[in-house]
Write a protein that binds this ligand. Structure first.
Ligand code: ADP
Ligand code: CIR
Length: 356
C-alpha cells in the first residue's frame, strides 16, 4: 500500500501539472488522469512509487522530460507512463520494439568531422552504465554509494596504457580543483535542480568522484546521475579517435563489472532519455551564421535528430557562441548508428554554415 502522505503529494502534484498550461514536458503530455489513477497506488518491491518517478518534473515545470526511474522494476511497473515518453523522446521506439544488441560497428569508419579545425572545438562521446544488483539514486543507501565507489575505483585502477589513470573522490576535493574540472568540462556540475528534486543527490558528496587518465581524454564519473558515466573526449573534431578510445574502455570495464541490461530497453539508466545505447556523442561547435538565431539552429538540428545544448551542458546557455550538439536518440539503433547519426548531422550543419 502506498502511504496516505505519498498519495496526498501525488494528488497535489497531478493538480499542479494540470494547472501548468505552458508546461512543455513529456510528463505533462503523457500523464493522463487515467494513467495517473492506474499508477498512483503502485509500489516496486524496493518501495518506490509514482512520486519517485514524477517528482522532478512536478517541481521543475520547465523540464523537457520530467521523469526518472528509481529502480529497474519502475520501467515495467510504471510502463504506461514510461513507454509513451520513451517512444516520443527516442523518435519512434515503439512499445512493441526491442532495442538491438550492443554493436560498436566498424569504428574505423568514423572521421574527423572538421579536419581544418574551423568549427569544432572539441569532441566527446559518453555512455552510461548501471551496476547489476544496485537500484538507482533514490533507492540507494549511503553504504551502497560507498561500496559501489570502492568497487568501481578499484576496478579502474587495473586499466592500462592510454586508459591508465587515477580516481579522485569528491569527498575531500578542494572547491578550486572541483570548479576547475567543471569549468574545463571534465566534471559534472553540482546542485542540478532536476536531479535534486528526483532525490538523486542524497549523501552528496559521499560515493561520488571522477577517474581520469593524465591528459583527461578518458574519464569515468562515479555515482552522479548514473552509477558510471564512461567518457572519451579531446580537442578538435577527430570523432574516430574519440569513439575508438571509448569502445576499448567500455570493453575493458565490461570484462570486470557486470552491468544492468534489459531485454527490451537495452542498458538501464536513471533517466529514460539515456536508455538503450546510452550514447551521447557531441561536439562543441561554433556555427555563427546558423546560430544567429538559436530557435532556428534547433529547428535545423532537429531535422537530423540532433539536440542542441549550451556550453556547460544541459540546461545551460551558449558561451562565446559555442554550442554542444549531439545525437538525441539513444534507443532503437545501435551504438554505431547513434554515433553515425551525429557524424552525418554535424557534417551537414558544417556544410550549411559554409554555404551561408
Ligand atoms: P551528459 O553528457 O552527461 O549528458 P551534460 O550535458 O551535463 O551531460 O554535459 C556534461 C559536461 O560535458 C559539460 O561540462 C559539457 O560542457 C561537457 N561536454 C559535452 N560535450 C562536450 C564536447 N564535445 N566537448 C567538451 N565538453 C563537452
Ligand atoms: C529534464 O526533464 O529536462 C531533465 N530531467 C533532464 C532530462 C534529460 N535530458 C535529455 O534531453 N537528455
Amino acid at each position: 500500500m502506498v502511504d496516505a502522505a505519498v498519495l496526498e503529494k501525488l494528488e497535489a502534484g497531478f493538480k499542479k501539472l494540470e494547472a501548468a498550461t505552458d508546461c512543455k514536458s513529456l510528463l505533462k503530455k503523457y500523464l493522463s488522469k487515467d494513467i495517473f489513477d492506474k499508477l498512483k497506488g503502485q509500489k516496486t518491491s524496493l518501495g518506490a512509487t509514482l512520486l519517485d518517478v514524477i517528482q522532478s518534473g512536478v517541481e521543475n515545470l520547465d523540464s523537457g522530460v520530467g521523469i526518472y526511474a528509481p529502480d529497474a522494476e519502475a520501467y515495467t511497473l510504471f510502463a504506461p507512463l514510461f513507454d509513451p515518453i520513451i517512444e516520443d523522446y527516442h523518435v519512434g521506439f515503439k512499445q512493441t520494439d526491442k532495442h538491438p544488441n550492443k554493436d560498436f560497428g566498424d569504428v574505423s569508419s568514423f572521421v574527423n568531422v572538421d579536419p581544418e579545425g574551423q568549427y569544432v572545438i572539441s569532441t566527446r562521446v559518453r555512455c552510461g552504465r548501471s551496476m547489476e544488483g544496485y537500484p538507482f539514486n533514490p533507492c540507494l543507501t549511503e553504504a551502497q554509494y560507498k561500496e559501489m565507489e570502492e568497487k568501481v575505483s578499484s576496478t579502474l585502477s587495473s586499466l592500462e596504457g592510454e586508459l591508465k589513470g587515477t580516481y579522485f573522490p569528491l569527498t575531500g576535493m578542494s572547491k578550486e580543483v572541483q570548479q576547475k574540472l567543471i569549468d574545463d568540462h571534465f566534471l559534472f556540475k553540482e546542485g542540478d535542480r532536476f536531479l535534486q528534486a528526483a532525490n538523486a543527490c542524497r549523501y552528496w558528496p559521499a560515493g561520488r568522484g571522477i577517474y581520469h587518465n593524465d591528459n583527461k581524454t578518458f574519464l569515468v564519473w562515479v555515482n552522479e546521475e548514473d552509477h558510471l558515466r564512461i567518457i572519451s573526449m579531446q580537442m578538435g573534431g577527430d570523432l574516430g579517435q574519440v569513439f575508438r578510445r571509448l569502445t576499448s574502455a567500455v570493453n575493458e570495464i565490461e570484462k570486470r563489472i557486470p552491468f544492468s541490461h534489459h531485454d527490451r530497453l537495452g542498458f538501464l539508466t536513471f533517466c529514460p532519455t539515456n536508455l538503450g545505447t546510452t550514447v551521447r556523442a557531441s561536439v562543441h561547435i561554433k556555427l555563427p551564421k546558423l546560430a544567429a538565431n538559436r530557435d532556428k539552429l534547433e529547428e535545423v538540428a532537429g531535422k537530423y535528430n540532433l539536440q542542441v545544448r549550451g556550453t556547460r551542458g544541459e540546461h545551460t546557455e551558449a558561451e562565446g557562441g559555442i554550442y554542444d550538439i549531439s545525437n538525441k536518440r539513444r534507443m532503437g539503433l545501435t551504438e554505431f548508428q547513434a554515433v553515425k547519426e551525429m557524424q552525418d548531422g554535424i557534417l551537414e550543419l558544417i556544410k550549411m554554415e559554409k554555404e551561408m
